[in-house]
Design a protein around this ligand. Structure first.
Ligand code: ADP
Ligand code: MG
Length: 698
């Protein structure tokens, strides 16, 4: 039957050559099937009206009957807008347009009765609706089809040829009437009955023309599920394919390196979460398959020690390992930390960064190629062509969000066989997003902090409260603790930010004349940065004034205060990262977010969220809602979010259900060979055509 759905759109009654053209170019509708899956974005409830007087600051979208009293254009150039006074018996509001002004102005009829729909905003002391939907009451009444009427997105150009929302509704109606029960089912009988979904035909009919609200809800659920199910099926198939075809080194030996470290030199007991994660990874690298795993864990959850243990397993199997960090400071810190942990063991470690001298480099290259070196720690410098391993078995990538996919695959190419890959990130990606973007990766989560940590107290203060802020600084320094003061520097070249930082530095020096103060920023030479950083790490300076260069990873357990200046200019995940620099010791730590009084609604939400919770996953969920998914993962990947009906921010539960269902299905029938899964196979083959798998790493 899918034949029928492939019929070109011009064969539909009411669609001539001109409209077919517009449907294709303006709305992307080429076939009957495309039109069927051109879902409404909302429904008009014909029976439900509000009055102007009923509007209040919390009103969601309203539907009001009334008349247009006047129309005028105000403002100039980019500020030009069209303002219409719209009134019913109870009051007047403004309708405002910033776009398509000419077109709308020439179409609005003064004095005629209209139905207006949109979300009211409080503007000064009265309300307005920006870009409302407007329709003559006469038309509104004419087209009553059911209780709920579909509203479709359209464009100005399409509307001009009668492809308004109403026009599109007519087309979907006639198509659905012709369709009968002929639409192809895409899920198996088993899944439909297990999950109590409605069948595809009923769903498609009711998504366009809901018989009632209950059926609309069921239709929405069915179609969202189906959409997410096929995305997940694609990922899981890829993962299985990866596991089958890409062989990995089998790290079957657990011997000297691992056990002697674990039994003699491990400085603390692992948390249960760390133990579980080590076990998961061990199973993976000892299976003969190739590991491609994301290790998520909030800041301070102890990912480094997990990485070390896994590297020691690589050594136990006669392989080399490397760890790559996004900044030189971090690489240094890893090198020092790991050297210290391994100081009584026979392990050769080396550090390679942009600052490594040529002579040292030469030695390092030799030892790496001969296999004398066991573990290499570094920055992007590891990716240089000259860096050749003898037998690299494991790559650990720390703070993954700084590396692009291309860079990862470059590391990959170094070997005859791919080394196991462990990507660590403290940017807690919400689970839903991880499933969408890294759907073909295995994910391990450290969801527990080492014991004895006190939750950080987070306080939001306005700049004018400077005395109180400095009070906390004095108090903590008196106790022998250290303090970070961070200024925004979004791009290292932004001059104003630099001036702010320097002004800030000077005033800190003035206000704390008895303290030693470090400063670190992006325009300093790596060598100087490192020198200052080290002074702070050693406790020689009490205050570190810095830009976000200290954002990731740096570990100074004695630091107990993090002050973020102009905190409103930081994103949530960045604020959370910065806060993670303190609270690493047993004492109480503080994070003070200093902002100006002028806060946007988003800015306020960010501050409130930070004050309310220390949980990185909760913060990531809010971040996702505020910024949208594309920004969290990188814009080039947002094409993946081309979902027609599901919304990964809101439909996390359905996504989880879809993934579980796909998992079970592939377990039972990996190649979708069984006759009852034929509908799934057919649909799957269709959805996979022309897809680019951005989430893929290998
Ligand atoms: P992150 O996950 O942010 O990279 P780190 O690996 O830097 O965290 O660990 C943060 C701090 O916690 C380090 O000082 C580390 O030594 C310490 N740590 C890690 N695991 C434990 C544990 N199980 N018990 C006590 N301290 C731990
Ligand atoms: Mg770390």
């Amino acid at each position: 039957m899918s034949e029928y759905l492939r019929t070109p759109i011009e064969y539909l009654k009411g669609v001539g050559a001109n409209r077919a053209d517009l449907l294709k170019t303006e709305l992307g509708i080429h076939t009957f099937g495309d039109l069927l899956s051109y879902y409404p974005f909302r429904y008009v409830d014909k029976s439900n009206f509000q009055t102007v007087r009923e509007i209040n600051p919390d009103s969601a979208a309203v539907q009001i009957k009334g008349k247009i009293q006047s129309v005028r254009t105000v403002g100039q150039k980019r500020g030009t807008r069209l303002v219409a006074k719209f009134s019913d018996e109870t009051g007047v509001i403004d309708l405002v347009w910033f776009k398509s002004i000419k077109w709308i102005k020439s179409n609005l009829k003064l004095g005629a009765e209209y139905v207006v729909y949109g979300k009211p905003n409080l503007y000064g002391s009265s309300f307005n609706i920006v870009h409302p939907e407007v329709e003559l009451l006469e038309e509104f009444n004419k087209s009553v089809i059911g209780e709920l009427e579909p509203v479709y997105h359209t464009t100005e150009k399409a509307s001009n040829s009668w492809l308004t929302s109403k026009g599109i509704a007519k087309l979907t109606k006639s198509l659905i009437e012709k369709l009968g029960n002929a639409g192809a089912e895409t899920l198996s009988v088993e899944i439909i009955s297990n999950l109590r979904l409605i069948d595809k035909n009923t769903a498609v009919k009711n998504i366009h023309y809901p018989q009632n609200k209950e059926l609309l809800q069921k239709a929405t659920m069915r179609l969202k599920f189906e959409e997410l199910f096929f995305v997940q099926l694609g990922y899981l198939r890829m993962k299985i394919h990866h596991q089958r075809t890409i062989k990995g080194y089998n790290f079957e030996n657990i011997s000297q390196y691992f056990t002697s470290f674990y039994n003699q030199y491990l400085p603390f007991e692992l948390t249960n979460a760390q133990k579980r994660v080590v076990k998961e990874i061990r199973a993976d690298i000892g299976s003969g398959r190739h590991m491609n795993r994301l290790l998520q864990g909030d800041v301070g959850s102890g990912k480094t020690i997990v990485a070390l243990l896994i590297m020691l397993i690589a050594l136990d199997n006669d392989f080399q390992a490397c760890i790559m960090a996004p900044t030189e400071i971090l690489a240094n810190q890893h090198f020092e930390g790991l050297s210290d942990l391994l100081k009584d063991m026979d392990v050769e470690l080396a550090l390679l960064t942009g600052s490594t001298k040529t002579a040292a480099r030469r030695v390092l290259h030799e030892n790496l190629e001969s296999g004398k070196l066991n573990i290499l720690i570094g920055t992007h410098a590891l990716l240089e062509d000259k860096v050749k391993f003898n037998n690299l078995g494991l790559v650990v990538i720390d703070e993954q969000h700084r590396f692009g996919v291309a860079q990862r695959s470059k590391l990959w190419q170094k070997n005859k066989f791919p080394p196991h890959i462990l990507v660590m990130t403290a940017t807690p990606i919400p689970r839903t997003l991880a499933m969408t973007f890294y759907g073909d990766l295995d994910v391990s989560v450290i969801d527990e902090l080492p014991p004895g940590r006190k939750p950080i107290k987070t306080i939001h203060k306005y700049d004018s409260n400077r005395l109180a802020i400095w009070g906390t600084v004095h108090q903590e320094i008196e106790k022998g603790r250290q303090v970070y003061i961070v200024y925004p520097l979004i791009k290292e070249s932004e001059k104003m930010d630099y001036i702010d930082l320097m002004d800030g530095y000077e005033s800190v020096c003035r206000d704390f004349p008895n303290q030693q103060i470090s400063i670190v920023h992006g325009q300093m030479k790596a060598k100087d940065k490192d020198f200052e950083m080290q002074r702070f790490v050693r406790g020689e300076t009490q205050i570190m004034v810095a830009t976000t260069v200290i954002e990731v990873g740096v570990n100074v357990p004695n630091a107990s205060v993090m002050i973020v200046e102009s905190a409103e200019r930081f994103g949530l995940s960045q604020l959370h990262q910065l806060r993670g620099r303190v609270g690493r010791g047993a004492e109480q730590s503080y994070c003070i977010l200093a902002t100006s009084y002028k806060l946007s609604a988003d800015g306020k939400t960010r501050m409130e969220t930070m004050v309310k919770t220390n949980d990185g996953f909760e913060i990531a969920e809010v971040d996702l809602k505020l910024r949208g998914p594309g920004n969290l993962v990188g814009t080039q990947q947002s094409g993946m979010l081309d979902l027609k009906i599901a919304d990964i921010v809101r439909d996390g539960q359905i996504l989880q259900l879809a993934r579980n269902t796909a998992n079970v299905l592939l377990d039972e029938d990996p190649n979708l060979k069984s006759p009852q899964n034929l509908p799934i196979l057919n649909e799957f083959n269709k959805t996979q055509k022309g897809k680019i798998n951005w989430g893929r790493i290998s």
